[in-house]
Design a protein around this ligand. Sequence first.
Ligand code: 25A
Ligand code: L14
Length: 341
Amino acid sequence: MKKKERYNIAVLGATGAVGRAMLHTLERRGFPIGDLRLLASPRSAGQTLEFGGRLYEVQAATEEAFAGVDIALFSAGASASLTYAPLAVRQGAVVVDNSSAYRLEPDVPLVVPEVNPDAAFSHKGIIANPNCSTIQLVVALKPLVEFGIEHVSVSTYQAVSGMGQKAIDALTAEVGGNAETTLFPTASQDTRYPMAYNVLPQCDVFLDNGYTKEEMKLLNESRKILGLPDLKVSPTAVRVPVIYGHSESVAVRFSKPVSAEEVRAKLTGAPGVVVVDDPQHARFPHPRMAEGTGDTFVGRIRQDLADEYTVLMFVVADNLLKGAAWNAVQIAELLVQGAEA
Ligand code: 25A
Ligand code: L14
């Protein structure tokens, strides 16, 4: 990318839960924006959104919508990405794509700036933003790689905002007393369950191997980002009635005995990590603590009672920010820092 004073930015999916968080994040960071183009489906065209004290009209995405755009942030789902990313690249934009469409393509870097920032510069037009649960997991694992990680067992507690604005609306309606009429839609079409006062062991659709797609993302994306193709991961992804913030109970098995103190010391001050681990004073990470922040909070760090090779920890981040919008804007900031005169 060429160095400029200001960059023309497009946000595809601007009216969605992640798209709105992208706009807030660009605003908060004072990103050097020239033109700003807000794109969504034809349903949202004509709606206005505020940015930097000005109102912008949302336009329906079209084939020509990316002319003159330097960086396009995509969060409109995989099928919209498959349609529009090649068009945007052909028109000269670099696409930072939050959908799952391109993440495992060998030619597409999958980037978490605290973990593998250099990968961003090997792009051929598209850079993939990883899955939200994977991002916070690898931020917490990266500082521990030098101990020799062999096997990661992870159970997630995922917020409904991971399923977009519709899911937030469905849970708040249920909690508000309309539970009979607004049963929560799972990723499997036609199947609904109560989400309020409940826990559902399904995130994204089921595959033939008995795992969900979300669980397979935790395996495949972690391997790619950490550059550990043989990493063993045992994932279970669970939806909980939380609006913002994913939590993860993680057991990390190393190739040699490692103590909780060594893990705590390594994570303290690591990029993007905040250690909150003072059980005597009931200080530990939880989603309401992470909400609205870009950090990954780690606590409950302790040795596995049954295995001196394994350390347990609890990892929490805001899924719409570190898990999506903030990570995408961090990638855009890397592109700007690396732009050539
Ligand atoms: O298709 P997939 O891969 O299964 O993806 C499923 C959905 O998950 C969300 C995202 O939904 C995605 O569409 N998602 C994906 N990754 C996520 C992540 N990491 C994630 N959510 C959380 N974390 P979403 O509802 O958040 O946003 C969808 C956006 O994409 C636009 N869109 C959809 N299809 C499109 C398209 N744009 C272009 N072409 C297409 N074919 C979509 O626009 C939205 O911007 P829309 O017109 O469908 O807008 C939906 C209407 O919903 C209301 N609304 C949305 N957010 C809010 C809201 N109202 C109030 N407050 C809000 N925050 C508006 O009425 C809006 O008009
Ligand atoms: O792959 O259901 O980034 O919470 C992340 C959230 C897919 C859906 C992704 C969820 C999405 C998932």
